[in-house]
Design a protein around this ligand. Structure first.
Ligand SMILES: Cc1cc2nc3c(=O)[nH]c(=O)nc-3n(C[C@H](O)[C@H](O)[C@H](O)COP(=O)(O)OP(=O)(O)OC[C@H]3O[C@@H](n4cnc5c(N)ncnc54)[C@H](O)[C@@H]3O)c2cc1C
Length: 378
């Protein structure tokens, strides 16, 4: 079998990349090791409408679950504040359906998708799967975090997320809970998918994620579990080289998920789009510089924001519960109003700067994290 491009990984980045390559008249095969596109779903499904639009996806009725109106952020001592997020136009989507919707777009453009086919190795003329050898000019690695595990384990955190039915889950309201002892370097979250149902998750350094999650659920009240997933998340930002010879690395496999939240539908998806465009150009010209355009474009769009998110992450990894509690005390109604009106879900470090109380109120935190704060502001 011969293809211009073979893509390993039939999820958001791989499928968007395939759509772009096929749209430009090239032959492209997507191989997915699972038995179904969109499963097993390992995602909270939060995404901005503007992000989806830029990815070229208008969610089908089946894909769109519901709109998020607010986010409640809770400190270790239980104090919390609520941001009105209606203006950010963030929605919760079904990843099972979103991925299928993008697969349909890719197929309509001429891409071929095969499930239950796994990438094994690169050969002299292409790749080898569990079934056969396939010749290709370009191989795209879109295998998600699993591709990074062998390269660098230090950027990986374990996460657990349960889909549950529970009366205490309120439609439209996301919850984020910080506690450095329970979820070091990360947080716990509740993402509703409607009234009384949603996803509750936790990630953190060196913790037993399923035990931590069971504890949160016990404290919250009664619930029924519908599904449990355990997945690694990558929090170390983009890898150094997105293109290695004739191999192009995209999406989570290239570290394109946000270092703050590990959210990657938009940023990893755009990796797929930019790579697909650059590969199409390269297939026309055979000029390596055209392939390199992919990394340049992605970095121009997200590089600065990701650097700042990495600094914000460094701060989170260094502060203790006491400092977080103090930071929360310093948050004024004006800061909350400002964030509610101006925050951008995809480029959110400006809100983090506001939340860190950089208007000069809290001395303890600033002494602790002063160096990083200066860099974050510059
Ligand atoms: C618990 C959790 C919650 C999240 N919540 C959100 C959220 O709310 N919003 C958001 O934007 N992002 C969220 N994310 C991140 C988001 O899911 C990822 O950024 C996004 O799915 C990355 O897409 P991708 O195509 O790069 O990789 P993936 O979605 O990881 O897809 C990789 C694909 O490659 C396949 N594969 C792996 N190995 C092989 C192989 N050898 N051969 C063939 N196929 C292979 C896998 O089966 C998989 O289908 C969350 C992640 C987790 C873990």
């Amino acid at each position: 079998m011969n293809f211009d491009v073979v893509i390993a990984g039939g999820s958001v980045a791989g499928l968007l990349c395939a759509r772009e390559i096929a749209r430009n008249g090239n032959t492209v095969l997507v191989i997915e090791e699972d038995y179904e596109i969109g499963t097993p779903e390992h995602c909270g499904g939060l995404v901005s409408l503007s992000g989806l639009e830029e990815l070229g996806v208008i969610p089908f009725r089946k894909t769109f679950d519901h709109a998020i109106e607010s986010a409640e952020i809770t400190a270790p001592n239980g104090t919390s504040f609520e941001i009105n997020s209606a203006k950010q136009k963030v929605i919760e989507i079904s990843r099972r359906e979103l991925d299928k919707q993008i697969a349909f777009q890719a197929q309509k453009n001429g891409a071929i998708i095969k499930v239950r086919t796994s990438f094994q190795e690169i050969t002299d003329t292409g790749i080898r799967t569990n079934n056969e050898k396939i010749n290709c000019k370009i191989f795209v690695d879109a295998r998600g975090v699993s591709s990074l595990i062998h390269k660098d384990r230090t950027g990986i955190l374990s996460s657990a997320q349960y889909e549950i039915y529970a009366d205490w889950i309120k439609k439209g309201k996301v919850e984020v809970i910080f506690d450095q002892e329970k979820y070091p370097g990360f947080f716990a979250w509740i993402i509703p998918s409607g009234e009384g149902k949603g996803k509750v998750g936790v990630a953190g350094k060196g913790i037993n994620v399923s035990e931590s999650l069971e504890k949160i659920l016990k404290e919250k009240g009664e619930y029924s579990t519908i599904r449990k997933i355990y997945a690694p998340i990558w929090i170390k930002g983009p890898i150094k080289k997105f293109v290695e010879g004739k191999t192009v690395i995209i999406g989570d496999a290239a570290g394109q998920a946000k270092p703050t939240t590990a959210g990657g539908i938009f940023t990893s998806g755009m990796g797929g789009v930019y790579a697909g465009q650059a590969i199409s150009e390269f297939l026309k010209t055979n000029n390596k510089a055209d392939l390199e355009q992919y990394q340049k474009k992605w970095t121009a769009r997200f590089g600065k924001e990701f650097e700042k998110q990495l600094l914000a992450r460094k701060i989170l990894e260094r502060v203790d519960n006491n400092t977080i509690n103090k930071l929360f005390e310093s948050i004024t109604p004006e800061i909350i109003k400002d964030i509610s009106e101006k925050d951008d879900f995809d480029f959110h470090t400006s809100s983090i700067i506001k939340l860190l109380g950089l208007k000069g109120s809290i001395k303890t935190a600033q002494t602790l994290i002063g160096g990083e704060i200066k860099k974050l502001l510059s």
